[in-house]
Structure formats: C-alpha cells, structure tokens
Design a protein around this ligand. Structure first.
Ligand code: NDP
Ligand code: OXD
Length: 308
C-alpha cells in the first residue's frame, strides 16, 4: 500500500526521508503525484487535497500533520476513514517558548520602549511584579499544559479554562460557560489555545473583551476564526485592550492591506508559534500507520463528534 503526503505548510523533503528511513519498503507519494489512487490507504495531511478524500477509495487513515484538525474538515471525511492529530514534544516546546516570549514582551512593555525609541525618548518605566500579572489560558490540553508549566516556572500566576472539569491540573481550572466569567476576572494577559469547533468559533469577541480588565492583552495562537477581527480593532482603538500578539488569522496568509499589518499595537507572526518537527514526530506517525493497518486503537485519535 501507499502513503500520500500533502501539505501547503510542511516540506515533504523534511518528512519523507525520515519516514522512509523508519519504514523501509514503504511507498510514499506527494500530492498531486498520487500514482494509482486505489493503492493509497494512509494519508499524512495538513489540509485535504483538492478534490477531497473520496478520490482515494481505499483510504482508511489520515494522520494530521498538525495538532489541530479543523483545517482537515473532519466532518466531511468518507465513512470509515479514521483521523489522528499530532502530539509532539518539539511542538509543545515551541508553543511554550512562543507564549512565554509573548507574555514577557507585553509584561516588560517592549512595544512602548520600541515606540519611545522611534520618538527618541528615554521613557523609564518599571514593570509590575510578575506575581501581579495573572495570565489566563483558554484550553488546557497538550499545548495549554506545556504553556502553563512554562509560565508558572517563570513566576506568573496562571489559570486555565476548559470544556470539562478537571480533578488534577498544574494550574487552577475553570470549566464550561459558567466558569468563563471567573476565569477572565482580573487577567492581565489572555492566551487562546482552544481548538476550533462550533462552540469556540468567534469566542474572542467584544462581549469577552468587555469582561477583561481595561488594558489587558490578547495572545491568539489557536485559530484565526476564534477571533472576531473588527471587535479586536475596536477594543484596541478604544484602549479597552492594550495590545495583541496574533499568530493565526481568518485568512492565511494575512491579505495585503489588512488593518492588522499596520496597527501599532498588533504584532503579526505568520502561523509560526509551533510547527510540527519531522524528527520528533516521525515515531508517532509510523506507529499510527502500523496501528491503522492492524485495526488497533490509534494514538491521539480525534473524536469527530467533539471536533478535537
Ligand atoms: P487539545 O485537544 O489537547 O486541548 C484542547 C483544550 O481545549 C482542552 O483543554 C479542551 O477542554 C479545551 N476546549 C475545547 N473545547 C472547549 C470549549 N468549548 N470550551 C472550553 N474549553 C474547550 O489541543 P492542543 O492543546 O494540542 O492544541 C490546541 C490548539 O492549538 C489546536 O487545536 C490548534 O488550533 C492550535 N495550534 C496552533 C498552532 C500554531 O502554530 N499557532 C500549533 C499547534 C496547535 P477539555 O480539557 O475539557 O477537553
Ligand atoms: C497545528 C498548527 O495545528 O500548526 O499544528 O496550527
């Protein structure tokens, strides 16, 4: 059988040699060079290839090249095709590092120093103590936990918001719609690390910003569709929010002329918070291909009903 690779973000030249070294004898194809579509039983994908998955009648397993799966539109999968997402220590490390860097940049007011430099002003300020700078993480999954631990180790008070209640967690957790208010109360920085589902789409909106203290900052590393973009611009322009670090956008690449490009209090990064690392992720991928072919439970299988 054959493994198909397709990604608009990831380089097959990084992935296929590593996978091939661990799976001698396996055939790999890079879309659109699919060979015989009947031979493809496994696909390693960031998004669905043009034409969808129905073009591969013997496909049984899709391994997402990302931790998120919304971009694969799992609800449209042909019956019988299973899906797993990537859980990778390299990815978690990079996400923790990105979020720590973003929080420190806001906390140490680097934006204000950069603006003062452009004006030629010596704008001496001392930051608030870290203990007085609470950080909230929406989503305490694999990545949220890695971020939480890194921020706690750096001395920030951290709390999280999840869908279901937790008996044991590295930081205090508020759960469900009733927990959202107490979670947001008093936060200096809000990090979104939710998966994109019908319940979380558009959650970063005017209504939520109004529940944060004036001058809080937003860090969105989840998905672009979590954010109602005009609401953020209004909140920044009115001073309700002080600044935003955005890694993900409704349209990627962010279109030329989009107001975020030139906004003085927005930092745009091009969906680079945490990318999958072929070196560290190859072992999970290989193991899942084996499990899928043998009909065994997959590692990190996605529940299509829950969407993450
Ligand atoms: P997980 O599936 O491990 O965790 C998801 C977390 O979100 C869980 O804590 C879950 O709650 C919570 N959650 C889901 N739905 C809701 C809801 N309706 N209300 C409250 N909480 C909710 O995901 P990961 O940590 O691995 O990844 C999170 C997301 O990060 C990905 O889906 C992707 O969108 C994004 N990402 C972005 C990257 C980037 O480079 N910018 C890179 C990788 C991922 P519960 O614990 O109760 O299930
Ligand atoms: C992912 C991502 O989901 O890169 O892994 O966003």
């Amino acid at each position: 059988m054959t493994v198909l690779f397709h990604s608009t973000l990831d380089d097959p030249g990084e992935w296929i040699p590593r996978l091939a070294a661990l799976m001698p004898g396996e055939t790999f194809r890079v879309w659109p060079d699919c060979g015989d579509p009947e031979a493809i039983d496994v696909a390693l994908l960031w998004t669905q290839p043009e034409g969808g998955l129905a073009a591969f009648p013997r496909l049984r397993f899709v391994q997402s090249i990302g931790a998120g799966v919304d971009q694969l539109a799992p609800g449209s999968f042909p019956a019988g095709v299973r899906l797993a997402r990537l859980v990778d220590t390299g990815l978690s490390d990079r996400m923790a590092e990105y979020c720590l860097l973003a929080v420190l940049r806001h906390h140490r007011q680097f934006d204000l120093h950069a603006a003062a430099q452009r004006r030629g002003e010596w704008d001496y300020r001392t930051p608030a103590p870290r203990a007085a700078y609470p950080v909230g993480i929406m989503g305490l999954g694999v990545l949220g936990e890695a971020v939480a631990k890194r921020l706690v180790a750096a001395g920030f008070p951290v709390r999280a918001w999840t869908r279901t209640a937790r008996a044991a967690a590295p930081v205090p957790v508020h759960a469900g719609p009733d927990g959202l208010g107490p979670f947001l109360d008093g936060l200096a920085a809000l990090i979104c690390l939710l998966p994109l589902t019908p319940q979380t789409e558009g959650i970063l909106s005017a209504g939520l910003f109004a529940r944060l203290p004036r001058g809080a900052v937003l860090i969105n590393v989840g998905r672009g569709r979590h954010l109602v973009e005009p609401d953020l611009i209004e909140a920044l322009d009115s001073g309700e929010l002080a600044a935003a670090t955005l890694d993900v956008f409704r349209t990627e690449p962010l279109p030329p002329g989009h107001p975020f490009w030139a906004h003085p209090r927005v930092l745009v990064t091009p969906h680079v918070a945490a990318n999958a690392d072929a070196d560290s992720a190859a072992a999970q991928v290989i193991e899942n291909i084996r499990r899928a072919r043998e009909g065994e439970p997959l590692l990190h299988e996605v529940d299509p009903a829950q969407g993450y």
